[in-house]
Design a protein around this ligand. Structure first.
Ligand code: NAD
Length: 475
């Protein structure tokens, strides 16, 4: 496979203001037409999205390779298959998740029936990032359609080949009265954010997340923010080290570390640190060979700005190199790197790395990583390798994170029954499976009284003393 990167691809064309206006007007009218209400219509659109991913597998995998040097299997598994599976779960669960939910009515209001009814929000905006540019556009789009909304979606300009593919294919497969794709960068996203929406789901970094939330606040638009951060992995002294090393290396080096739930940094117990790092090094060689640069299975950094950003983190020092460390700006290559942190203030420990560099901190007492985690931003994911339920439970209960996974990494995101989302600085709101349908629905409180029933005016004037006595008894 030829390893190309973003700069080799034509830049993303922008959607003009007029085209944006027309697209928004079209999908707003689409919502008003009522076409999105029938369950059957929603299922058809979801099935069409799956067909889009399957019919165009080769060109989509090629777009991911052009943008991110993604190995074909990785692109297929993480962007196409995972998304198709997520949509399949939506189709099979939808009817039961949307069924009106009966709730109890207090005696005082009887006879009556009460229900929670999920209704669509209207026309929503989905803004996607570049690192899993198909999955992170199409999965929220599918959840929004499943809940009966019409959608404008904005792929990331940083992955231009995939953005172009999405802009071409989505209207071919999905009802254009219900879904529009707007391409472009900051200007186009700002133009979209200037207007009112019924919901915005944004995936990306926290700085832009704050811009999105501030713009939305002007229109009282509710927002879901799927952000990132530094997700730690802890390897305790009683862990199965070989098993942990394989999973940590995968979590860090898949998509060249550009994964929001990547194992950002590693905390390892002193007793097993040397052995674990040796095993992680072996894993790197086993997976990518002695020269990972020539491996067909190792990706590239999305562009030179991000490659330079990672180089700057490495250049700042504060660690002993265990392996890797090479950066080639022109090739957008950063070697799989493991670095033993010697200065806790090292730049590598300051921001989310979002590249194939694993800083390692050693601890003697579990209190140390716990203290570090609770004193920083709440991570999107937290991983622990241990054979002890007490250790796992302590970490689960004494820390806060978007997700928590024991003896593996990233897998929790593939379980559609679990909500996927952050907490604190890693975002708010969630989707996947029924959680996505909840995000894009309004839970309407519905109370129905029969048109004729006994009338006991207990709460209405005149307020006689017996009314208070009776109200206290029955309410
Ligand atoms: P990005 O640069 O592609 O930005 C995301 C979107 O924001 C793009 O569509 C872009 O056009 C838009 N945007 C950029 N600047 C803007 C501005 N000033 N105003 C309005 N819109 C703007 O992606 P990124 O932010 O580099 O993505 C990487 C980050 O996303 C990492 O922090 C990662 O952890 C996080 N992430 C989170 C998840 C998750 O599901 N929680 C998934 C993937 C990535």
């Amino acid at each position: 496979m030829t390893q190309t990167a973003a700069s080799d691809v034509d830049p993303t064309p922008s959607t003009s203001r007029e085209e944006i206006d027309a697209a928004v007007a079209r999908v707003r009218a689409g919502y008003a037409s009522g076409r999105t209400r029938p369950l059957e219509w929603r299922k058809q659109q979801l099935a069409a999205l799956v067909r889009m991913l399957e019919d165009n597998e080769d060109q989509l995998v090629a777009a991911l390779a052009a943008d991110l040097g993604r190995p074909p299997f990785e692109g297929w598994a993480m962007d196409l298959r995972l998304t198709a599976r997520e949509i399949g779960e939506l189709v099979s669960g939808l009817e039961s998740w949307l069924a009106p939910e009966k709730v109890k009515v207090p005696m005082l209001f009887q006879p009556a029936r009460a229900q929670v009814v999920r209704e669509p929000l209207g026309t929503v905006l989905v803004i996607a990032p570049w690192n899993y540019p198909i999955q992170l556009l199409v999965a929220p789009l599918a959840a929004a359609i499943a809940a009966g909304n019409t959608v404008v979606c904005k792929p990331s300009e940083v992955a231009p080949a995939t953005s172009a593919a999405m802009a071409r294919l989505i209207p071919e497969y999905v009802d254009p009265a219900a879904v529009a794709v707007v391409e472009g960068g900051v200007d186009e996203t700002t133009a979209l954010l200037d207007r009112p929406w019924d919901h915005i789901l944004y995936t990306g970094n926290g700085t832009v997340g704050r811009i999105v939330a501030a713009s939305a606040a002007r229109h009282l638009t509710p927002v879901t923010l799927e952000l990132g951060g530094k997700s730690p992995v802890i390897v305790h002294s009683d862990a199965n080290l070989k098993y942990a090393a394989a999973r940590i290396a995968y979590g860090k080096f898949v998509n060249a570390g550009q994964t929001c739930i990547a194992t950002d940094h590693l905390w390892v117990h002193r007793d097993v640190a040397d052995e674990l790092l040796r095993l992680v090094e072996d894993e790197i060689t086993d997976r990518y060979g002695a020269d990972p640069r020539s491996s067909k299975d190792f990706g590239r950094i999305v562009n030179s700005r991000h490659t330079q950003r990672i180089r700057t983190l490495l250049d700042a020092g504060g660690y002993d190199l265990v392996c890797g460390g090479d950066v080639d700006l022109d090739a957008r290559y950063v070697a799989p790197t493991v670095a033993r942190v010697t200065d806790p203030g090292a730049a590598l420990m300051g921001e989310e790395i979002f590249g194939p560099v694993l800083p390692v901190l050693v601890y003697d007492d579990l209190d140390e990583p716990i203290k570090a985690i609770v004193s920083g931003d709440k991570p999107l994911a937290l991983y622990v390798f241990t054979s002890s339920d007490e250790v796992a439970d302590r970490l689960r209960d004494e820390t806060s994170s978007g997700g928590f996974c024991v003896n593996d990494v990233m897998l929790h995101v593939g379980v559609s029954n679990l909500p996927f989302g952050g907490v604190g600085a890693s975002g708010y709101g969630a989707y996947h499976g029924r959680w996505g349908v909840e995000t894009f629905s309004h839970r309407k409180a519905v109370l129905r009284k029969p048109s004729r029933s006994i009338d006991a005016p207990i709460l209405r004037p005149p307020y006689k003393p017996w009314k208070k006595w009776l109200t206290k008894k029955v309410f």
